[in-house]
Ligand binder design. Structure first.
Ligand SMILES: Nc1ncnc2c1ncn2[C@@H]1O[C@H](COP(=O)(O)OP(=O)(O)OP(=O)(O)O)[C@@H](O)[C@H]1O
Ligand SMILES: [Mg+2]
Length: 631
């Protein structure tokens, strides 16, 4: 569809959502849709919930966040279960400021932005609709019009609790514009928009000395005093501070802990009592979520200051740690690259994965369990199968350190290194080695990294490099086999036939001559030796495999070469061992002969067609693996 048509359609949609009526009409509407009177906290919770909740390993995964925040499922579950959900139920946490605490570039701002954009969209849906007194700069809740002494009756009839008093401005308007007839007061549907300053505010402290509290709570409009005669006339006041504008929705308080105390005191009363003081008026009721973010150091210094005690008790701190899963970290990079201007550069397969391995290693803490090194922990955290470990082990490891994920390398650093490599070299294709090199160079220039940490990180770079070497070798060897999956399957079937006849002490039949033959001991051993199974252990290994086959068969499942990790590894190694010389000679030939050339072209084509390389990265890979195999 052409863009002008879409614009027209959008306008039409927006128009069709509009609603305006008297307060009496609004009450009517409430009977039908009582949820539109929900509190700001409740609306935010429902927005998150309505986007869908999935369960994964006994964990709730909130879909609302899942298309932009990766690997933070646990932190987000905690945030929803311990803050949003109870605050939606009007429990006490609602009266606290939500403070997201986490390391730099860990996704705090992204999270807040998602809530803001989410609310803008949600208030355009039926479930998220919001109504306000028309013409009120703070989009006051129409239900505030109901006098205090009638609120119990209202609750009985509508089942809705009203909190907060009618603001000074609307009290005056009710008297002057509507002659006290509250049923006539005009109400309209509002749509949150940060740009239009409806329901969403952002407060960012500037210089503490010059900053005006007016930015937060509004100010007197001196030009109108002459007209209204007095500074305490609410019409002479501009209710245009961020707290005013964010009423009914959310206010982001940037750099809250760096802020001057006098600003924070306003928040104290707002969060605790649901109202704040502006100008010379009675307290103004407001209903909004206040969310701030900070890093650990800043937070520690804040709470160590006695003066902040009162505020501290009104803050609820939610950790937003770094993601600790390699595969999710890759997704973060992919997302960030897509958003950047280097999006059209070819990134060879495994490049981001290898960078992510390095990053995750810098974030992990050494387990106290002697049997788990960092690489193993990295794999386990990412949900990989590691023989001898299960989910319970992973959960146990996660409980070892509270602060895991609160330090290490941030995603922005990695993306910066990747972009600088691309831009500096003007290249159109990068691979894992380019990125590791660049990460390494970057460490030298990094101002905040101590010598000791640098040593440690350099070690992680070489670990990641070793992992890459293995991946690269496997990739090339696989591409050398005409059809890897098929060859693996054939070899496996052959092995299993022999194992079966060995264990059952039966004979095999030669497929050609039909003759009875003994199991092929040489073949079985040549596979088992690949994973170091000794002569003495071979019987137990073979029996274990047969048991696995029948266990699977009982569940109606078929054993294939992926069913048994060690056997799979053995089969792979055997296939590669048979090929090793061919691969080695072909990839490292300085002047390949005709046949080698043909093979190289075939392999390059396979890497391009089936594995996502381009011709530069495929040829680089072959050359690199050639050099590895000749070491
Ligand atoms: N877990 C994650 N999932 C998806 N993207 C992430 C994640 N962590 C960081 N990012 C990406 O990293 C970049 C930096 O994140 P963001 O600005 O939200 O971090 P921050 O915690 O606010 O950092 P700062 O402390 O520097 O303000 C963003 O592009 C963000 O999308
Ligand atoms: Mg931020």
């Amino acid at each position: 569809m052409d863009i002008l048509k879409k614009i027209e359609q959008y306008r039409f949609q927006e128009d069709s959502l509009k609603w305006e009526g008297t307060f009496a009409d609004y009450l009517h509407l409430l009977k039908e849709k009582p949820w539109v009177a929900q509190s700001a906290h409740s609306r935010i919770y429902n927005m998150i919930k309505d986007a869908g909740v999935e369960t994964e390993n006994d964990r709730k995964v909130y879909q609302f966040f899942s298309h932009q925040l990766f690997g933070l499922e646990e932190a987000l579950e905690k945030l929803v279960e311990e803050y949003f959900h109870p605050s939606a139920k009007r429990l006490d946490v609602r009266k606290r400021i939500l403070l997201l605490m986490g390391p730099v570039s860990g996704g705090k701002s992204t999270l807040v932005t998602m809530l803001k954009r989410g609310l803008e969209a949600y208030t355009r849906t039926d479930k998220g609709a919001v109504y306000a007194i028309k013409g009120c700069p703070m989009h006051e809740d129409p239900l505030h019009l109901i006098p205090l002494h009638l609120r119990d009756d209202f609750y009985e009839e509508y089942g809705i609790r009203i909190e907060g008093n009618l603001s000074p401005l609307n009290t005056m308007r009710l008297a002057e514009e509507y002659g006290g007839r509250l049923e006539d007061v005009l109400v309209e549907r509002i749509f949150f928009s940060e740009d239009k300053r409806v329901g969403i505010g952002t407060f960012s402290p500037s210089d503490p000395k010059s900053q005006d509290i007016a930015d937060l709570t509004g100010s007197i409009d001196f030009s109108t005093i002459a007209e209204y005669g007095s500074e305490s006339d609410p019409r002479a006041y501009r209710f245009d501070g961020e707290l005013n504008k964010a009423n009914r929705g959310l206010m982001e308080f940037q750099e809250m802990l760096k802020c001057d105390e006098k600003f924070l005191w306003h928040l104290l009363s707002l969060t605790q009592e649901g109202n704040f003081k502006a100008g010379r008026f009675a307290l103004i009721s407001a209903d909004e979520l206040i969310v701030a973010h900070t890093n650990e150091t800043e937070y520690r210094s804040f709470i160590s200051n006695k003066k902040n005690e009162a505020l501290h008790s009104r803050i609820i701190v939610m950790p937003v740690p770094y993601n600790l899963k390699v595969s999710q970290e890759e997704r973060i990079y992919e997302k960030m690259i897509k958003e950047s201007d280097v999006a059209d550069v070819h990134i060879a397969p495994h490049t981001l994965k290898v960078a992510a391995m390095f990053t995750i290693l810098t974030r992990l803490k050494d387990s106290k369990r002697g049997d788990v090194d960092l690489l193993k922990k990295m794999r386990l955290y990412d949900g990989e199968n590691v023989e001898g470990y299960n989910l319970a082990d992973v959960n146990e490891m996660k409980k070892e350190f509270q602060e895991e994920g609160m330090s290490g390398i941030d995603p922005r650093y990695v993306i910066n290194r990747i972009s600088s490599t691309i831009i500096r070299k003007g290249i159109t294709s990068i691979n894992a080695l380019d990125v590791l090199r660049s990460l390494k160079e970057g460490l030298d220039q990094h101002p905040s990294i101590t010598q000791e940490l640098r040593e440690k990180y350099l070690n992680f770079i070489s670990l990641a490099r070793k992992e890459y070497d293995e991946i690269a070798k496997k990739e090339v060897q696989k591409a050398f086999v005409y059809s890897y999956e098929e060859s693996a399957k054939t070899l496996m079937d052959n092995y299993l036939d022999n194992v079966e006849s060995f264990c059952n002490k039966t004979k095999l039949r030669d497929p050609l001559t039909g003759e009875e033959i003994n199991p092929d001991e040489k073949l079985m051993r040549s596979i088992e030796e690949q994973i170091g199974i000794s002569e003495n252990a071979k019987k137990a290994f073979r029996e274990e495999i047969l048991i696995r086959i029948s266990a699977l068969a009982r569940k109606g499942k078929k054993f294939d070469y992926r069913s048994h990790d060690r056997l799979r590894e053995a089969i792979q190694k055997k296939l590669f061992a048979d090929l090793k010389d061919v691969v080695k000679i072909t990839t490292s030939a300085k002047t390949p002969d005709e046949q080698q050339l043909k093979k190289i072209n075939e392999v390059v084509a396979r890497l391009i067609d089936e594995h996502g390389y381009n011709s530069t990265s495929a040829n680089d890979l072959l050359r690199y693996v050639g050099s590895l195999l000749n070491r």
